[in-house]
Design a protein around this ligand. Structure first.
Ligand SMILES: [Fe+2]
Ligand SMILES: [Fe+2]
Length: 473
C-alpha cells in the first residue's frame, strides 16, 4: 500500500447548526420531492405542482388551517413509497420500470386501456419468447399484480411519513392514494367517503398534473370529467372546476415560479422547526427510500454513513461535522432513484450506454441535493463519491487536487461497503479480500490516510470479528 499523503484542497466551510434553523420544512421536503418525481418516472416538479393543485382545492373546500398543513405535506410526499416497488415492477414487466410508472399514472385501468399498455411495455427490448412469457404472466393476473405493487408502495410510503413524525392524517392520505371513489381502486377497494379526504384530493391533483403536463389544460379537464364519480369524488371535482375556471390557474401551474409559490406558502412554515435532530431523521427516512429501490442496495446508505462516521471520528472531526458527514453519506446515492432497475439490478456486464446511465446517478445526486440551499456544499461532496484521485472516476473525472478530505472519506466508505456487503448474485467478500482490493487502490484511486483510518476503526471496534456482524445489520 502506498502511504504518501496526496494533498487535496482546503476543506470547504460546512453550515453550522444555526443555518439549519432557517430551512423551511416545505422547501426541504419539496426539494427532496424531485427525487420522488424521477423515481416515479414523472417530469421534474410533479409533486410540487400536484401540491399546488391540491392546495387550491383545499381552499375551495374551505379546509381548516391544520388540515391544509397536513394536506400540504401529504401532497409533497405522496410518492415517498414509490421506490419500494421499483425492483418488483421491473422484474414483473421485464422492462424499464420508470416508463411503466410514467404510463401507469395516465391509465384509467380499464381493460380497454390495460391490454394495449401491457402489450406495448411488457418485455420491451426482449426477444419474442420473453415478451410472450411476460405477457402471459402479467395479463393472467393483472388485478393481483397491480394490487401487490400498489400495496407495497402505499404501505411503505405511509411508514416513511411516520418515520418523519408526520401524523396519521398524512400517513393515511398516502396509503389511500390509489383508492377510487367507485370502489375499484387499490389496494383495498375502499369506496366513497371511506377513502381519506386527502387521498381523494391528491389522486385528482396528480392526474390533472400528469395530463396537463403532457397534453395541456383541455385534456386535464376532460380527464377529470370522464373520471368523475368513477375515480374521483364528485365534490372534489366541483371544487377543482371552481379553481381551474378561475383566471390564471393554468398560467400559474405552468409558470417557472410555481416552486417558490409552493415553498413560500403558509403551510411550508408550519409543522415543526427543522433542527439538527429532525434533519437527521429526514436524511435517514430518505436513505430508506434510496435503499428500497434495489435489492443490491439494501442498507447500503446507512452502512456507508456508519463507516464514514467511523473514519471521521478517527480523523478527529468534531460532533457537528460528523453529523453533517453522516447526512451526506445517507443521501450520497439519492440520484440512483432516477436510474432504471433494469440497469441497476442487471446481473451481467453493462453496455456503454448502461454504464453512462449508472454514472448519471452521481450528477443527479448533485442536482437534487443542490436544490436545498443549506445543503449546497453537501451536494458537491455527496456527488463526488465515485471520483478517484487519479482522475479515473466519475462523473467529472476530478483528480487529487480537486478532492477534499470529506469527498475522500465518502469514497472509501462507499467502496468498503460495496465490497463487504451481501448482494444478489454476489456474496460479500471476506475482509482480507476487500482489503486486498482497496490496498491496490490506495494512493491512486483512494486516499491512503482515509483508508488507514477506516482500517484502524475496523480493528478498534472489532467490526468484522465474526465476518457477518454488519452484513445483516
Ligand atoms: Fe454511488
Ligand atoms: Fe453508494
Amino acid at each position: 500500500m502506498k502511504t504518501d499523503r496526496v494533498e487535496g484542497p482546503i476543506l470547504p466551510e460546512f453550515p453550522d447548526a444555526s443555518s439549519f434553523s432557517r430551512i423551511r420544512l416545505g422547501e426541504l421536503l419539496g426539494s427532496l420531492s424531485y427525487a420522488l418525481d424521477i423515481t416515479g418516472g414523472q417530469s421534474e416538479g410533479h409533486s410540487v405542482r400536484s401540491c399546488w393543485i391540491g392546495m387550491q382545492i383545499a381552499d375551495a373546500l374551505r379546509l381548516s388551517k391544520e388540515q391544509k398543513t397536513d394536506l400540504y405535506f401529504m401532497l409533497l410526499l405522496k410518492d415517498v413509497g414509490c421506490s419500494a416497488n421499483s425492483a418488483k415492477t421491473c422484474e414483473i414487466f421485464r422492462t424499464d420500470e420508470l416508463a411503466i410508472k410514467k404510463g401507469f399514472k395516465r391509465l384509467d385501468r380499464s381493460k380497454k386501456q390495460n391490454l394495449p399498455f401491457a402489450l406495448k411495455h411488457l418485455g420491451r427490448g426482449a426477444g419474442p419468447g420473453a415478451k410472450i412469457s411476460a405477457a402471459i404472466g402479467v395479463l393472467g393476473k393483472t388485478g393481483k399484480v397491480t394490487r401487490d405493487l400498489v400495496q407495497t408502495r402505499c404501505h411503505r410510503g405511509a411508514e416513511i411519513a411516520a418515520m418523519m413524525r408526520f401524523n396519521r392524517h398524512v400517513a393515511d392520505g398516502i396509503q389511500g392514494l390509489d383508492e377510487h371513489w367507485d370502489g375499484k381502486g387499490q389496494p383495498y377497494g375502499l369506496a366513497g367517503r371511506d377513502i381519506p379526504l386527502f387521498s381523494r384530493i391528491a389522486l385528482l391533483a396528480q392526474v390533472v398534473d400528469v395530463f396537463h403536463e403532457e397534453f395541456g389544460p383541455h385534456a386535464a379537464d376532460m380527464e377529470v370529467a370522464v373520471r368523475k364519480g368513477k375515480w374521483f369524488d364528485p365534490m372534489i371535482v366541483e371544487a377543482f372546476l371552481k379553481c381551474s375556471n378561475a383566471p390564471g390557474f393554468w398560467d400559474v401551474l405552468r409558470s417557472p415560479g410555481i416552486e417558490q409559490i409552493v415553498f413560500s406558502s403558509e403551510p411550508a412554515h408550519q409543522y415543526r422547526a427543522v433542527d439538527d435532530t429532525y434533519l437527521d431523521e429526514v436524511a435517514m427516512a430518505f436513505a430508506y427510500v434510496i435503499d428500497a429501490k434495489s435489492p443490491f442496495t439494501h442498507g447500503h446508505s446507512q452502512r456507508v454513513s456508519f463507516y464514514a462516521d467511523l473514519i471521521c471520528q478517527e480523523r478527529g472531526y468534531g460532533p457537528q461535522k460528523r453529523r453533517w458527514m453522516r447526512r451526506a453519506a445517507l443521501l450520497h446515492d439519492i440520484g440512483k432513484l432516477g436510474v432504471s432497475n433494469m440497469v441497476l439490478d442487471k446481473p451481467g456486464r453493462l453496455t456503454d450506454d448502461e454504464f453512462r446511465q449508472i454514472q448519471r446517478h452521481a450528477t443527479m445526486t448533485q442536482q437534487i441535493l443542490g436544490r436545498i440551499s443549506a445543503f449546497g456544499s453537501m451536494a458537491t461532496i455527496a456527488a463526488a463519491h465515485h471520483e478517484r484521485l487519479d482522475g479515473t472516476g466519475y462523473p467529472n473525472g476530478l483528480t487529487a487536487v480537486d478532492l477534499t478530505e470529506d469527498m475522500r472519506i465518502l469514497a472509501v466508505a462507499d467502496i468498503f461497503d460495496a465490497l463487504t456487503a451481501d448482494r444478489p448474485y454476489k456474496g460479500a467478500l471476506p475482509l482480507a479480500q476487500a482489503y486486498e482490493i482497496m490496498d491496490s487502490m490506495a494512493g491512486t484511486g483512494i486516499d491512503p490516510d482515509c483508508y488507514g483510518s477506516l482500517k484502524s476503526a475496523v480493528v478498534q471496534h472489532d467490526l468484522f470479528a465474526g465476518e457477518t456482524a454488519l452484513r445483516t445489520a
